[in-house]
Design a protein around this ligand. Structure first.
Ligand code: SF4
Length: 336
């Protein structure tokens, strides 16, 4: 990057990241060479269908894949610290205060044998050993209040099975933001919630992001959620980023045939039975990606070149330098 402002604002820089899982069926290339940055205070969405590699990318950043069972290559630098190959202690130290994560299923994040409050206190004191239980309890109750949990003192002493899904997701957000992370990874945080609760949780996250200045890496398959939340969007397909830009660019002037197909597939009121546009075919399995552009079996613009040559870089469009696309329909980036 040439822009010094952006450089100083970069919180996370990912370069050439590959996450491969050796399996009996073959090498699963879940993430296969992606680059991106997350700037301080922004919301970046990684969007794609199931199997695109977006969640595995986030889990790799968080250090959730054991190096014993996973092949991880490339570089993930968070605030100047390289995380690929870093000692477990470095990763554990970063979780909480540096990087927080919320998941699709909040129920699985809480231990049913302990109260939510006990777990919030324990998690906080893990990262702040000098803080007493009483102080941590007070902070936990305040965090529950800040995410709109009514009667938060009583809820603090209850168990996860006593909460609704929406309330539990807000409690998980409270647990995470108690540690004031500079970066939050939110992996499909509203997918399991009712639509009305989804909107509440999204509003809450947006508000917390504004109040605290934390950056959010938002993982979702839901384009409506992206439009609501994200400053910038990266579209993933078969382990790679195929389009990147601001939300306005990607939604307003999509360039990659896959992005165009995704946006066209959104249900609109004018669609009648049977006339909803769709992308033919399915996402290829991660151990048998096709040669060339991985989208070519589904792409109506595919040429012979597409069937043999992988678009290996993201090619900025001249009119919008922040808007890039990896597709042979567009001119290659000039070598620097
Ligand atoms: Fe379609 Fe070719 Fe572009 Fe791939 S590279 S999206 S096959 S036109």
């Amino acid at each position: 990057m040439n822009n010094p402002t952006k450089e100083t604002q970069t919180l996370l820089q990912v370069r050439g990241l590959k996450t491969y899982f050796p399996t009996f069926q073959g090498l699963v290339k879940a993430v296969d060479g992606i680059d991106f940055e997350l700037y301080r205070g922004e919301v970046l969405a990684l969007v794609g269908e199931s199997g695109s590699g977006k969640s595995v990318s986030a889990q790799t950043v968080m250090g959730l894949h054991s190096p014993k069972h996973t092949r991880i290559e490339g570089s993930i630098v968070f605030e100047g610290t390289e995380l690929v190959g870093a000692p477990t202690k470095t990763l554990l130290d970063l979780r909480g205060g540096g990087i927080g994560m919320i998941f699709q299923e909040p129920m699985s994040a809480f231990d049913p044998l302990y109260t939510v409050g006990q777990q919030m206190v324990e998690s906080y004191r893990l990262h702040h050993p000098g803080v007493s239980k009483a102080q941590a309890s007070q902070l936990a109750v305040e965090a529950l209040q800040s995410v709109g949990i009514p009667d938060s003192k009583r809820r603090f002493g209850e168990y996860s099975h006593q909460m609704s899904g929406g309330m539990l997701q807000r409690m998980l957000i409270a647990l995470v933001i108690m540690n004031k992370p500079r970066m939050l990874i939110a992996d499909e945080p509203t997918t399991a919630l009712d639509v009305t609760i989804q909107a509440q949780v999204l509003r809450l996250m947006k508000q917390l992001q504004k109040d605290t200045g934390m950056a959010i890496l938002f993982i979702t398959h839901d384009l409506g959620v992206v439009a609501e939340m994200a400053d910038r969007v990266h579209v993933m397909y078969a382990g790679r980023i195929v389009e990147r830009g601001t939300s306005r660019e990607v939604f307003g002037t999509p360039q990659h045939p896959y992005t165009k197909g995704l946006l066209a597939s959104k249900v609109q009121p004018e669609h009648k039975n049977g006339d909803l546009p769709f992308i033919p075919g399915v996402v290829p399995r991660a151990f048998e990606f096709p040669e060339g552009c991985r989208f070519h079996p589904r792409c109506s613009f595919a040429t012979d070149r597409c069937r043999t040559e992988l678009p290996t870089d993201s090619f900025p469009l001249a009119a919008q330098p922040s808007h890039g696309v990896a597709c042979h329909l567009y001119p290659a980036k000039e070598p620097v």
